[in-house]
Design a binder for this molecule. Structure first.
Ligand code: AMP
Ligand code: MG
Length: 495
C-alpha cells in the first residue's frame, strides 16, 4: 500500500487555460529551494480561494509556495507573451521566472495561482528565474494595499524565503511570491501571436478572454470590437483609480497590461507623498514616459497596441476595421476623464455635478503642487473641513492665500449638495485613505527583513495598509509623510 502523502489535496485545480490554449505556454518546473520558510500567508485570501488556510500556514505551505512540493493536481506552466517595453517591441518575453500552478474556483470566481521567483523556465533568456526578498515583500505590501483601497489588482497569497541567495547588485536573500490573478493574460500575449501573423491564435485567445473575463460579449454581433472596448473601459477605470490615490506604476509596458483590468507587476511602483503632476520614481524611466500625469496617455497607447492585434478579427476589410478600432481608441480619453471626474468628485465630497468641477479639482491640484502638499493627507483632511474645522488642511497648504480662495469656492459649491454634512464627511473618509504604503515605511520594512531578518516592521505595515480608511490610533504614525531626511525617492526595477 502506498504511503499517504503528507500533503492534503488543498487545491481543487481546474486548468481552463491549459485546456483551451495549447501552444500558448510551455511546461515548467520549479527549482528546489534549500530551506523554505513561510514569511506570510494571506489567510483571508486563502479562505476566499477555497483553500485550507490553517493547514497551509505551516511547513506544508512553505513547501508548496516555494515550489518544492507540487500540490496534487497542479500543472505548472509558463505562459508566452511579447510586449512593448518603454515603446520598443520585444517579440519574445514570457514568464521568465513565474509558473502558473493552475486555476481555482474561489468565492470571487476563477483565479490563477502563480509562483513568481521559482526558477528558470523556457522563457528565462539570460535571467536566473529568481526573485529577491525585497521586491517580493514590496509586491506583497503594495498589491494588498491596492486591494484594500478597492483598486483592481493581482493579489499576494504567500511569501516564502528560499534559504538561498540570489545575485542582484549584491548577494541578497531569495524569495518566492505566490500571486493570485483573475488571469495573467496581457496585451503582450495578443501581441506575441499577432506579430507572427497567427490570426487564428489571436482569435482563439480572444475567444478565451471573452469567455473568461467578458462572457456577456460572446453573443454580441461584433465580439472582438466589444472586447477592445471592454478592456479599454477596464483600463480607463483602473488608471483613474491609480491617479486618485497618487499611485505611479512605473512600468506600464504592454506586457504589464492585463486584459482583465487588474493592476499587475509591482516593480518600480510608488505612491507619491508631495503632489507632483510629473512624479517619476523609477530609476530607468529617464524620459518620464510613465510619469504620474502621463499614465492615462500611456494606457491609451497600450490600448492602441491591443487594437492593432485585433484588427483582422474586427472586420475583414482593413479600412473598416481601422475605422471601428480608431473610434474606440479616440474615445479613451473621454472614458478616462469620466472615471477620473467621478472619483475626484467623491474625494471632494460632491455627489451632485456642476460644470465647474473639473476646473475646481485642477485648481486644488495646482495649489498642492505649488505648496508641495501631501496628496493623501490633503484629501483626508478635507473631511475635517466639512465637519467644520478647516485648520488642519490649511496647515498642509502653508496657509496659502489662494488655498483660502479655493476653500471659499469649494464651500460655495458644497451648498448645492443635498445630503447632510456629517454623511458627506463620512463618505469622503471611505474614499480618501488615511494610510497608504508610504515609501519610507516600505523601504524600512524591506531593509529590516533583508538586512536584519526582522519581519516585524513588514507585518505591522501590512496591518496598517490593509485597513487604509480606518482612524486607528495604533497606526497613526503610518499616516504621516516621510521625514525631510528621507529625501527624494527612487525605485529600481523589482527583479
Ligand atoms: P518585468 O520587468 O518583471 O515585467 O519582466 C519583464 C520580463 O523579464 C518578463 O518576461 C519576465 O519574466 C522577465 N524576467 C524578469 N526577471 C527575471 C529573472 N530574474 N529571470 C528570468 N526572467 C526574468
Ligand atoms: Mg512583467
Amino acid at each position: 500500500m502506498a504511503t499517504p502523502s503528507p500533503y492534503p489535496p488543498h487545491f481543487k485545480f481546474d486548468h481552463s487555460l491549459a485546456r483551451a490554449l495549447d501552444g500558448f505556454y510551455a511546461p515548467a518546473q520549479a527549482a528546489p529551494a534549500p530551506a523554505p520558510h513561510l514569511i506570510v500567508l494571506n489567510r483571508p485570501l486563502a479562505t476566499a480561494l477555497g483553500l485550507d488556510a490553517v493547514a497551509l500556514d505551516s511547513e506544508i505551505g512553505a513547501a508548496i509556495f516555494s515550489g518544492n512540493h507540487l500540490p496534487h493536481g497542479a500543472m505548472p506552466l509558463a505562459q508566452v507573451y511579447a510586449g512593448h517595453q518603454f515603446g520598443n517591441f520585444v517579440p519574445m518575453l514570457g514568464d521568465g521566472r513565474a509558473m502558473l500552478l493552475g486555476e481555482v474556483l474561489g468565492r470571487d470566481g476563477r483565479r490563477d495561482i502563480q509562483l513568481k521567483g521559482s526558477g528558470r523556465t523556457p522563457f528565462s533568456r539570460g535571467g536566473d528565474g529568481r526573485a529577491a526578498l525585497g521586491p517580493v515583500l514590496r509586491e506583497y505590501l503594495v498589491s494588498e494595499a491596492m486591494h484594500a483601497l478597492g483598486i483592481p489588482t493581482t493579489r499576494a497569497l504567500a511569501a516564502v524565503s528560499t534559504g538561498e541567495h540570489v545575485w542582484r547588485n549584491a548577494k541578497v536573500p531569495g524569495a518566492v511570491l505566490t500571486r493570485v490573478a483573475a488571469s495573467h493574460i496581457r496585451v503582450g500575449t495578443f501581441q506575441f501571436f499577432a506579430a507572427r501573423g497567427e490570426t487564428d491564435k489571436v482569435k482563439q485567445l480572444a475567444d478565451y478572454v471573452i469567455a473568461r473575463h467578458y462572457p456577456a460579449l460572446a453573443d454580441s454581433p461584433q465580439p472582438y470590437l466589444r472586447l477592445l472596448e471592454a478592456v479599454a473601459e477596464a483600463q480607463a477605470m483602473l488608471v483613474a483609480r491609480w491617479m486618485q490615490v497618487g499611485f505611479v506604476h512605473g512600468v506600464m509596458n504592454t506586457d504589464n497590461t492585463t486584459m482583465s483590468g487588474e493592476t499587475i507587476d509591482y516593480g518600480p511602483c510608488a505612491f507619491m507623498d508631495a503632489y507632483s503632476a510629473h512624479a517619476v520614481f523609477s530609476s530607468i524611466d529617464l524620459q518620464g514616459r510613465y510619469a504620474y500625469n502621463n499614465q492615462p496617455v500611456m494606457a491609451r497607447w497600450n490600448m492602441a497596441r491591443l487594437a492593432e492585434t485585433l484588427l483582422p478579427l474586427i472586420h475583414p476589410d482593413e479600412n473598416e476595421a481601422l475605422r471601428f478600432a480608431d473610434a474606440v481608441i479616440a474615445a479613451f480619453p473621454t472614458r478616462y476623464s469620466a472615471h477620473w471626474l467621478t472619483g475626484m468628485r467623491a474625494k471632494l465630497g460632491l455627489n451632485t455635478t456642476d460644470t465647474g468641477d473639473t476646473e475646481l479639482i485642477h485648481w486644488l491640484l495646482a495649489i498642492m503642487q505649488e505648496q508641495d502638499a501631501d496628496f493623501s493627507l490633503v484629501f483626508r483632511r478635507l473631511s475635517t473641513a466639512v465637519r467644520g474645522d478647516v485648520e488642519p488642511v490649511r496647515a498642509l497648504l502653508n496657509h496659502a492665500a489662494d488655498f483660502d480662495d479655493w476653500l471659499a469656492r469649494w464651500l460655495a459649491r458644497r451648498r448645492q449638495e443635498t445630503s447632510p454634512a456629517h454623511e458627506r464627511a463620512a463618505a469622503m473618509d471611505r474614499v480618501n485613505p488615511r494610510v497608504i504604503p508610504r515609501n519610507h515605511r516600505v523601504e524600512a520594512a524591506l531593509a529590516a527583513a533583508t538586512e536584519q531578518h526582522d519581519f516585524a516592521p513588514f507585518h505591522e505595515l501590512l496591518a496598517a495598509i490593509t485597513n487604509p480608511f480606518d482612524e486607528r490610533p495604533e497606526f497613526a504614525q503610518y499616516a504621516e509623510p516621510a521625514p525631510a531626511s528621507f529625501g527624494p525617492f527612487t525605485t529600481f526595477c523589482g527583479t
